[in-house]
Ligand binder design. Structure first.
Ligand code: UDP
Length: 488
């Protein structure tokens, strides 16, 4: 009798599974650079916690440098890590100064591979193991993810890991050309730019991305961003790593073009909040060469006495620039913790020549656990390249920023930090040791603490239960579930 009952139950389960739609399965394709990968891994984990299946697609190169992804995500049975070629030789530097080579190769080599892969993954019989992919989340700058998903009839949500203020500026580039504000070919970078709604009054030529300074309409960087203007609004939604209280007015402008906006940041903190309330664990760092010895060094330093220095994962500096920063830091009299990657110096080379700093007031590592560093009580300020992830991580921890922007959104982010949010100083286009020394002293004074604490509080509230980012994340998960039911 028992055997008959069991057989009946199994039969019923099989029947039900044939009738019920497969679970929502999202494929996330980040721009294959460390910053975007880091932030979309946080999104992937948030979606796994929300009960979705997630395939995370990285290039072979990113996979080789982040071997911890697999073990970290083994706790989520619905998470899969897949790889794809970026078409570049392994010894290609993939640093900021070769940005367009990466994009060309992604377009020429990765796009056809992606199309074939997605076609296979989205069919019912995909490997008979995983449910078929029924939604794509692609980086908006990889326009081909939108084209391919549309062609295959799969719902597509765009995401951007740059700052929303920059995205709005990109959307307004045609207005700048119409108004004659672009291109310009004289050297006066302090001329105000007036035709970006929401940025009148503080935007200058100097704050535009560096590719606007070339005065060249055929500049490939410019063309790359212009192509995004038509593609992103064609997606079913747009996910941004920011929070309403930080950029509300600009988000309203973006909604005029992309009405279905999900602002769910700061992503790293949002994930940590969910993990601490639901599993009492913390998110992980994935890069292999992380040097945690700096945390012990920080433990031995007085409160708010250290300035943390990092120019992110792809910026390269000349040896002369490095020297000016070093002298300025040393002359400021403040302690410093400095990340100098192995590939941080133009033409190759890392911080070996500076290692002796370890014994004095400075400490140098090749890669730091940045989130933990910024949350450390000994850190009182952050000398940053103003990458968007670094900016949000610093805002969340209430650490004032000294900004030395390099490219893409960084010129604008640093203007917002200095002029709009009053969370630090913008030192763009200056780099001599005296400026560095003076500005480090100013950042390490208590001048910016009140604004920084206030914004950090708003950031925290946004990710807590019923905060603006928390509500948008819930809506995103519900929308993906609804989209995939309709798609099936
Ligand atoms: N990062 C890190 N350790 C380091 C330097 C950077 O963990 O030593 C992380 C940092 O926390 C951030 C990312 O790398 O999440 C850098 O992204 P960002 O957008 O700031 O700049 P990008 O590297 O894309 O220029």
């Amino acid at each position: 009798m028992k055997a008959i009952e069991e057989e009946t139950d199994t039969e019923m389960e099989q029947k039900e599974s044939r009738l019920s739609p497969p679970p929502p399965h999202v494929l996330i394709f980040p721009l294959p650079l460390q910053g975007p990968v880091n932030s979309l891994l946080k999104l992937a984990e948030l979606l796994c916690i929300g009960g979705l299946h997630v395939t995370f697609l990285v290039t072979d190169h990113i996979n080789r440098r982040n071997s911890k992804i697999h073990s970290h995500f083994s706790r989520y049975p619905g998470f899969y890590l897949d790889t794809i070629s970026d078409g570049l030789p392994e010894d290609h530097p993939r640093t900021a100064d070769t940005f367009m080579e990466i994009f060309d190769s992604l377009e020429n080599t990765t796009k056809p591979l992606f199309k074939e892969m997605l076609r296979r993954k989205s069919t019912d019989d995909y490997e008979h193991v995983r449910p078929p992919v029924n939604c794509v989340i692609g980086d908006g700058i990889l326009g081909f993810t939108i084209e391919v998903a549309r062609e295959l009839g799969i719902p597509i949500i765009c995401t951007r890991t740059i700052s929303p203020c920059f995205l709005w500026l990109v959307f307004c580039l045609p207005k700048l050309f119409e108004a004659g504000e672009l291109p310009f070919d004289d050297d006066d970078l302090d001329v105000p730019i007036k035709s970006v709604p929401g940025m009148e009054g503080f935007l200058r030529r100097r704050d535009l991305p560096s590719f606007c300074r070339a005065g060249d309409l055929t500049d490939p960087n410019l063309r790359l961003y212009l192509s995004e203007i038509n593609l992103s609004p064609r997606a079913d939604g747009l996910i941004l790593n920011s929070f309403e209280e930080l950029e509300g007015p600009l988000l309203s402008h973006i909604r005029t073009l992309c009405p279905n906006l999900y602002t769910i940041g700061p992503l790293h903190a949002h994930l940590n909040y969910k993990l601490s309330t639901e599993t009492s664990s913390r998110s992980s760092n994935f890069r292999d060469e992380e040097d945690r010895s700096c945390l012990s060094w920080l433990n031995a330093q007085p409160e708010k006495s250290v300035i943390y220095v990092s120019f992110g994962s792809i910026v390269v500096l000349t040896i002369e620039q490095m020297t000016e920063f070093r002298q300025g830091l040393v002359n400021s009299g403040h302690r410093f913790l400095w990340v100098i990657r192995d590939d941080a110096i133009t033409g190759g080379g890392g911080g070996g020549w500076l290692r002796e700093e370890k014994s004095s007031r400075g400490y140098i590592v090749g890669w730091a656990p940045q989130e933990e560093v910024l949350s450390h009580p000994s850190v009182g300020g952050f000398l940053t390249h103003s990458g968007w992830n670094s900016t949000l991580e610093s805002i969340y921890e209430g650490k004032p920023m000294l900004c030395w922007p390099y490219f893409v959104d960084q010129q604008l982010n640093s203007r917002f930090v200095g002029e709009v949010w009053k969370l630090g100083l913008d030192m763009k286009d200056t780099r001599d040791r005296f400026q560095v020394e003076k500005m480090v002293r100013e950042i390490m004074s208590d001048k910016f603490n009140r604004c920084s604490d206030q914004m950090a509080r708003l950031a925290r509230q946004s990710i807590e239960e019923d905060g603006s980012s928390s509500r948008d994340l819930n809506r995103l998960i519900q929308d993906i579930k609804a989209m995939t039911i309709n798609h099936n």
